[in-house]
Design a protein around this ligand. Structure first.
Ligand code: HEM
Length: 405
């Protein structure tokens, strides 16, 4: 277990409340105290990765347009100053009336920090001649290949900068991105915003599994922040990543995955469970009876048929099938209305995962899933992005001076 994470993030009263551990310790966490929960902004690693997953997401991307390096650095520094204020539940700047428009837009004034985290990342196009030395480009920032069945929307995909705002109150997360967009006015070009609700992954021990929009418990076999060895092996980048600011950073893959919910809803529970490899009600693997039972890929039933079918999602995504690789998943549900052509729901999973080597981890696993995962027949990937996530900031440091020094 990482001593820093233990001391400063996981077992501070705020993180305890967020993991639900306060409740089990007999302390009452009512709505008022839940709103007061905050996650520290300054830390070795950025918050919003290994910190307890919240309930709401606002994911925003920006392009750089023709802004200069100095202009972009100033905005990034303003963002991190604002992020430190907002994650502490403070308004931006003074709230006293003046003849100028108020610095803070006000929609989160009474809502408390609500466990807000703001996480920044940089896509390939950020490392252009215009801004950064090409040599500063993190080495894992490859171009993601296209996978069978992809139907990617170019606007929702990519982007030079990503901001992931997560909170337990949707308006607090919105306020964070609204503020960032305002501060970037005239310098950065807003590209896309994706809202997400209902975390689908537990990221720390003690956090229960939630259900995704297919109705299945998700995140059971996710990496857990308390497992320092797994975090070091699978999530945190080292000096191999290139620039010094990536040591302790990671890479984020974002996939907007639409679920074919009408087709899924017309599928028998037996077939649904065979596609996932787990029982819907309990979340147990088809080889066991309890959610936390180990996934036994070798277990067989009648006529030596594998209990977890050959095409089951948890078999094809398992470390056994993927050279031992794992991911830290931190996704959210989305529902963006009705497809005007088919009348079907445009809803699914904002699949977010963090890893130290996107090629060996996300790309390798997704190649297998898109080739042989039964669940893949019910999914359409509609947006994609890969971003380098810098290490956390020290007090007094800003995102601009960190990355564009
Ligand atoms: C809408 C899309 C998806 C849905 C609904 C979904 C659902 C699930 C469910 C229900 C589980 C079992 C519970 C658990 O251990 O978390 C699971 C496991 C897993 N999923 Fe997904 N998933 C989706 C997409 C993906 C993608 C795109 C990847 C990676 C490229 C992925 C990687 C994994 C991994 C690594 C596991 C754990 C497997 C194990 O070792 O047991 N999933 N997923």
């Amino acid at each position: 277990m990482s001593p820093r994470l233990t001391r400063r993030q996981l077992f501070g009263s705020s993180a305890l409340a967020a993991t639900g551990l306060l409740a089990t310790s007999g302390l009452d966490v009512g709505p008022a105290s839940a709103a007061a929960v905050s996650t520290p902004f300054f830390h070795d690693h950025q918050a919003g990765i290994a910190t307890p997953a919240q309930d709401h997401l606002v994911l925003a991307t920006f392009d750089v347009g023709d802004a200069t390096r100095a202009e972009v650095a100033t905005v990034l520094d303003q963002w991190s100053t604002a992020a430190a204020e907002m994650t502490a539940g403070q308004p931006i700047g003074s709230t006293l009336p003046t003849s100028m428009p108020p610095a803070d837009t006000g929609e989160a004034l009474d809502l408390g920090p609500a466990n807000l985290t703001m996480t920044i990342g940089f896509g390939d196009s950020f490392f252009s001649e215009q801004l950064a030395n090409r040599a500063d480009r993190p080495r894992g920032l490859v171009e993601l290949p296209s996978f069978p069945g992809d139907q990617l929307d170019p606007v929702r995909s990519g982007g030079a900068i990503v901001l992931q705002a997560c909170a337990n109150d949707p308006q607090v997360a919105f306020h964070a991105v609204h503020t960032a967009k305002r501060l970037a006015l005239g310098v950065l070009v807003p590209r896309a915003i994706q809202l997400g609700f209902g975390r689908t992954s537990a990221t720390v021990d003690g956090q229960s599994s939630a259900r995704n929009l297919l109705g299945f418990k998700d995140g059971t076999n996710n990496l857990r922040a308390q497992d320092a060895a797994d975090m070091a092996r699978y999530v945190w980048a080292g000096h191999e990543a290139g620039p010094a600011w990536m040591e302790g950073g990671t890479y984020l893959v974002n996939r907007r995955i639409r679920m074919r919910l009408e087709l899924w809803g017309a599928t028998s529970l037996e077939q649904q469970q065979a596609a996932v490899g787990r029982f819907r009600a309990s979340g147990a693997p088809l080889s066991g009876t309890h959610e936390d039972d180990p996934v036994d890929l070798a277990a067989t039933g009648l006529h030596a048929v594998p209990l977890i079918p050959v095409g089951a999602h948890i078999r094809v995504a398992s470390p056994t099938a993927n050279a031992g690789e794992k991911l830290l998943r931190r996704g959210f549900g989305f529902a963006d209305g009705i497809d005007p052509v088919t009348g079907e729901l445009d809803a699914g999973l904002v699949f977010l995962c963090f890893q130290r080597d996107p090629t060996a981890q996300f790309v390798a696993i997704q190649r297998r899933l898109s080739a042989s995962d039964t669940l893949h027949r019910y999914l359409v990937h509609t947006a994609s992005g890969l971003y380098a996530i810098p290490r956390g900031l020290e007090h007094g440091q800003g995102w601009g001076s960190q990355v564009l020094a």
